[in-house]
Design a protein around this ligand. Structure first.
Ligand code: FUB
Ligand code: ZN
Length: 671
């Protein structure tokens, strides 16, 4: 579509080294992926999953403490073992995401041992595949006669999509095509069953995912049918008569998730929940389940890019604009209600009732990455970074052993325990989940982070995200190498060392929070170019050894919400660079709701390499409203307030909940 060649960097071409994201990448490789493998094989018996209803586990009667049963399901479907299916109807996707993450890991660092495990697992998947190409352990074991009869709820196309992503990733990592062939057979079967032809089902998935996966299948195999099918699913969604109404009648109202969403399971949540209230091109705002929205939009951008569908692309950009201007938390979280994990209305962003699912912010990264593949706009990268460095990283503990599904901006552990409306807002990360979508989603995103750092347009390199790395990039006319050295996001100094001679452009991002204060030098001479659409473009004849020094604004800043966000009126948050900060009880004592930040208080940045794996703190003087006597009345005629001056310590939001159960807040009163 585009007259330009635009692509994200390849994983094998970028090595992330030092710093926060280097540490997180290592953690995923050394701790998280092995741990997830144990979980998939039910070997991590200490990993007691979280079973709150919002996390779906009750839904499947999943209360026996089994972390997963995922591999066991494949063994049973393959006939290798006897037993029953166990887990979520989409349990297969946990394995698919792990395989995808491991493939990315192998791309960055070959690992024969790991490859052997993957090959054996692929053999198992092959044995679980049915004669006609069908692959889904739930339906194979439990409801073999009911394939494709409850797309609204049962995630068959979603699971297929995840396994297709894994297949493409492993093929790209190793050149081995066994899983790819398995998934081509499944894709072909889906293609035989769905499409505009009379004899096919005119349906689409209840949870988007297969659209973007089919695009990857098309790119890996050059098989046009896969792109056509992705486009069909995008085009068909929301057209009248509604497929899910027809399907619902045909199966006599039988429902999979009726215990969770009575009376008819996900169908009861209505068309907005799964984005079929309107054809996609007529949608102006993201509605319904936040993760579904991000996957839908990611697939739609892919299809628009490859088919030249400008209207579809404009729709996606409009949906993006509405989201970032009205429906996204400061931390890059989305989904304002635990009820069906959904978006609600513009500016409805409660801090303590939030959902902010980790997967939704991972999905936001998928979406913004794809938008960057259509046009280089710093705003997309700003949003990507906001999601990555705040909500996504908060989704995992600093030791990689526990995870958040819900990412609140305000927590009181007592309220979470006692108020059923806050039961989803956990103050401590569980070791695993009955519905374990988030941890493996984080893994696959972190292991593929290289793809998010750079976008290449013809002979221009766009630096979207800053972290220390070495990159070897294929531009239109030449291959180049460069190094980025930085302590970012803890310092604003970024050094880019050019390693290749030649004519090309380096385009570095000036984040929106630094647009009024930044400086750049090339070999000691000031950069005079100004940012356009968030990027400064340096077109030069580069010589090996040239050095660009970029300095961003790293003064801690106060941030205010648009007053339409009723929950944040009169409140302030603190940000430094891309990191949003929060107050925790561990540093500031109980009763965070009584803390005020005076307007004139100076914010001081303090490097703490010794704390929470190395962070910056922000120190300042605040005021704490004194407590009344124990037996004071609940309501009193006069304000008997008195304030004491207190030292306040802010830590980065992503590092919260790593020191046991405690209160936390991002927004505090300003005085
Ligand atoms: O339904 C599959 C995944 O599980 C969704 O994306 C998450 O929100 C969780 O519900
Ligand atoms: Zn999730």
């Amino acid at each position: 579509m585009a007259e330009h060649y635009i692509a994200s960097a390849k994983i094998q071409d970028v090595t992330i080294s030092e710093g926060l994201l280097g540490r997180v990448s290592r953690l995923v490789k050394e701790q998280v992926l092995p741990y997830q493998w144990e979980i998939l094989n039910d070997l991590a018996k200490d990993a007691v999953p979280d079973h709150s209803i919002e996390n779906f586990s009750v839904a499947e009667g999943n209360d026996e403490g089994f972390p997963s049963h995922c591999i066991a399901n494949f063994k049973i479907a393959a006939g290798d073992e006897k037993g029953d299916f166990y887990g979520m109807v989409f349990q297969d996707s946990d394995l698919a995401k792990w395989l995808e993450a491991v493939s990315y890991q192998i791309m960055s660092a070959p690992d024969p041992e790991l490859e052997k495990t993957v090959d054996e697992t692929i053999d198992l998947i092959g044995r679980a595949q049915q004669e006609d190409g069908y692959l889904n352990t739930y339906f194979t074991i439990k409801e073999p006669g009911n394939r494709f009869t409850n797309l609204c709820e049962c995630h068959e196309l979603y699971c297929a999509g995840h396994m297709m992503e894994a297949a493409v990733a492993y093929y790209r990592a190793t050149g081995k095509d066994k899983l790819l062939k398995i998934m081509c057979r499944m894709a072909d079967l889906i293609d035989q069953n769905f499409g505009p032809e009379e004899n096919k089902r005119h349906g689409y998935p209840g949870h988007e995912e297969i659209e973007l996966a089919l695009v990857k299948m098309y790119e890996a195999t050059q098989e046009e049918r896969y792109l056509k099918l992705a486009k069909y699913f995008i085009d068909e969604r929301g057209t009248k008569p509604l497929y899910f109404d027809i399907e619902f009648e045909k199966r006599n109202h039988a429902s999979h998730f009726s215990y969770l969403y009575p009376p008819y399971g996900m169908y009861s949540n209505g068309p907005k929940y799964a984005q079929y209230h309107l054809p996609i091109r007529e949608q102006k705002t993201f509605e319904g389940h936040a993760v579904r929205c991000m996957y839908m939009a990611s697939g739609a951008v892919d299809v628009a890019r490859l088919t030249g569908d400008q209207k579809l692309l404009e729709t996606c950009r409009e949906l993006y604009r509405n989201m970032v201007q009205r429906r996204m938390y400061l931390t890059g979280g989305i989904g304002s209600t635990p009820k069906a994990e959904m978006f609600t209305s513009d500016y409805d962003l409660p801090n303590d009732m939030v959902y902010g699912e980790t997967c939704a912010s991972v999905g936001m990264m998928f979406f913004t990455k794809r938008l960057l593949e259509t046009e280089p706009k710093g705003d997309y990268a700003d949003t990507m970074e906001r999601a990555l460095l705040n909500t996504c990283l908060a989704g995992m503990s600093l030791d990689g052993k526990s995870f958040f599904y819900v990412n609140p901006l305000e927590v009181d552990p007592i309220v979470s325990k006692e108020n059923p409306d806050r039961a989803h807002v956990l103050p401590v990360r569980p070791a695993w989940f009955g519905c374990a979508c988030c941890p493996p989603n984080l893994s696959r995103m972190i292991t593929s982070l290289a793809e998010y750092i750079y976008t290449i347009r013809d002979n221009e390199v766009y630096l979207n995200l800053y972290m220390s790395n070495h990159a070897k990039l294929c531009l239109k006319d030449r291959e180049i190498e460069l190094d980025v050295l930085t302590e970012y996001p803890y310092e604003g100094l970024i050094k880019i060392q050019i390693q290749s001679d030649g004519d090309y452009s380096i385009c570095f991002r000036i984040p929106s929070w630094s647009k009024d204060k930044w400086s750049g030098e090339i070999n000691g001479r000031e950069v005079v170019e100004k940012p356009e659409e968030g990027f400064v473009r340096l077109e030069r004849s580069w010589k090996k050894g040239d050095t660009i020094l970029l300095e961003l604004d790293f003064e801690p800043k106060r941030v205010y919400a648009n007053p339409r966000v009723s929950k944040d009126v009169g409140k302030v948050a603190v940000q430094c660079g891309p990191l949003v900060y929060c107050l925790e009880e561990k540093d500031n004592g109980k009763g965070l709701q009584r803390i005020y930040l005076p307007k004139e208080a100076q914010l001081q940045l303090v490097r703490r390499k010794d704390k929470l794996e190395g962070i910056n703190e922000i120190h300042t003087k605040g005021l704490r409203l004194s407590e009344l006597e124990e037996d004071s009345a609940l309501y009193i005629p006069d304000a008997l307030w008195s304030y004491e001056t207190v030292d306040l310590v802010f830590i980065p939001y992503y590092a919260w909940a790593n020191r046991g159960e405690n209160e936390m807040t991002v927004w505090i009163h300003e005085k």
